[in-house]
Design a protein. Structure first.
Length: 381
């Protein structure tokens, strides 16, 4: 029992009520200070903590390294709490192109950024692993580097690339399709099978590039290991491989989006059932124009025929004819027999008129010459 000497029963009762009220307030504060997570979203953090119990994006990523894609997880957490994807400022680091932005264009530039970003992330990961295994400025431990080389394929990650590739290829294909619809002044059902084909083709090309990067890394690391190189030289080897990879990435993005746009337009014309159109190759001329595109310029073929270069043997239904190709293909109406006959008639009439005019000029010239000759003859002694 608690005794309060010197207080009457009424004062004691008021003191007890105040104490209960204070205890309730303390309990409420404790709950706010120690929020519990409900379905991954901390309570009471919507306005003050967009990344839940984590101070910022970097802290969230660091705490969730064990997840398959910690960056995507933290971005998704931000969206669940705030209703929006995190801004570049909220990310507090370099922009992650794998996180879509509202109204962002899914085009060649987007595909290039994603591939380059993933290459840079893998470069950082590999260099960090090298430093962790060996320590700075120390000679490479043969066993450690050997294990690292064997694990390259599993260490390098390209998660999220397929989704972005598919989206970019679909948008670019549809752009070409829309261009054809405008020219034909018709609405056509998009060929989904053709979109899937171009998506698979592009992703396989990118995967081939990443496989080449992995193989190049393996070879370079083995050369460095056999040469007994230190960590600094080994990192230089890694950076050189990834630099080349970035150049390849830009070439792939440019070439494959060009291909998707060209096939989108071609497939739309084919789907329309139109037969009175021809394809004409238009080359972009400057000091970087390739020899093959110079030869193809102006070549005109039917919708179902291939453009052909006799020198190299290349043949294809539309552009590109090579990596980084900047040529395009336009579609022109085929002349009907009636149009051709009318055109030939007009040409013949114009030639006939020109011949008559020339004949008149010749006759006038003859007359003038005869007059001069006669004058010369009459003036002789």
């Amino acid at each position: 029992n608690n005794f309060n000497f010197g207080q009457n029963p009424e004062d004691q009762e008021q003191g007890r009520l105040r104490k209960e009220s204070q205890d309730e307030e303390r309990e409420k504060r404790k709950k706010k200070e120690s929020p519990k997570e409900t379905k991954g979203i901390p309570e009471g953090t919507i306005e003050t903590k967009p990344f839940g119990k984590y101070a910022d994006f970097a802290s969230c990523v660091s705490a969730n390294k064990g997840k398959r894609d910690p960056e995507a997880y933290c971005a998704d957490l931000h969206k669940k709490i705030t209703g929006k994807w995190p801004s570049e400022k909220a990310l507090g680091a370099e922009e992650n192109p794998l996180i879509p932005k509202e109204g962002e264009q899914m085009d060649e530039d987007k595909l290039r950024k994603v591939i380059v970003y993933l290459l840079k992330q893998n470069e950082k990961k590999l260099i960090n692993l090298l430093e962790r295994e060996t320590g700075k400025d120390q000679l490479i431990n043969v066993k450690d580097i050997g294990d690292l080389i064997k694990a390259l394929k599993t260490l390098l990650g390209f998660d999220g690339l397929r989704q972005i590739t598919n989206e970019v290829m679909r948008n670019t294909f549809v752009k070409g399709w829309d261009d054809a619809e405008r020219q034909l002044d018709r609405n056509l059902m998009v060929n989904k099978g053709a979109i899937t084909f171009i998506q698979d083709h592009t992703f396989n090309n990118i995967k081939g590039m990443t496989d080449e990067v992995t193989e190049d890394l393996r070879q370079e690391l083995e050369r460095g290991m056999m040469a007994g190189e230190g960590i600094t030289k080994m990192k230089d080897r890694v950076k050189e491989v990834f630099d080349v990879g970035e150049v390849r990435a830009e070439a792939i993005a440019r070439t494959e989006t060009n291909r998707a746009e060209g096939h989108g337009r071609l497939q739309a014309f084919k789907s329309s059932g139109e037969t009175d159109y021809l394809k004409k190759w238009i080359t972009h001329f400057d000091d970087r124009t390739s020899a093959i595109c110079k030869r193809l310029d102006g070549q005109t073929v039917g919708l179902n025929e291939n453009f052909k270069d006799r020198t190299t043997g290349w043949a294809g239904p539309t552009h590109p004819s090579h990596v980084n190709c900047r040529s395009t293909v336009i579609y022109i109406p085929r002349e009907t027999k009636e149009q051709k006959t009318r055109g030939e008639k007009i040409v013949n009439e114009e030639l006939e008129l020109e011949l008559k005019e020339a004949e008149v000029e010749i006759n006038e010239g003859k007359k003038d010459l005869l007059k001069r000759l006669k004058g010369d003859f009459d003036g002789r002694d």
